[in-house]
Design a protein around this ligand. Sequence first.
Ligand code: RB5
Length: 145
Amino acid sequence: MRIATGSDHAGLALKSGLVEYLESLDHTVTDHGTHGPESCDYPDFAAKVASAVASGEVDFGLLLCGTGVGMAITANKCAGIRAAVVSDPFSARATRQHNNANVLCMGERVVGLGLAREILAAWLDAEYEGGRHQRRIDKITALER
Ligand code: RB5
């Protein structure tokens, strides 16, 4: 899969660990930064990743910050984006199966690398189920207009 990723300074270490994990599984990762430990603003990176997902350039987005929350708030401002903050594998699976989420957000101050890898694996393995869920997604999409 093609995955765009981004983090602020507070999610940088988690991003590095997850990029390594994704590449070990042969996924293609585009890293939109940040690349250093200096303090920076999470909306700058969320906007880049959200736009790569919304344009169809990549299949999914992966955003990391201290909590994952600021990234999700920002990414969800972009039409076509369904970003979810997740801290357990059950929710990761459900956000794909039911919500057809296309951006996964996690917080480095919330989950460790081991759990984050499990969350990401659950997310990548799950598939959108369509059916009754599509009616609900259509109602979310209608709010964008
Ligand atoms: C940075 O200190 C922190 O506010 C940010 O990484 C994130 O948690 C915001 O949602």
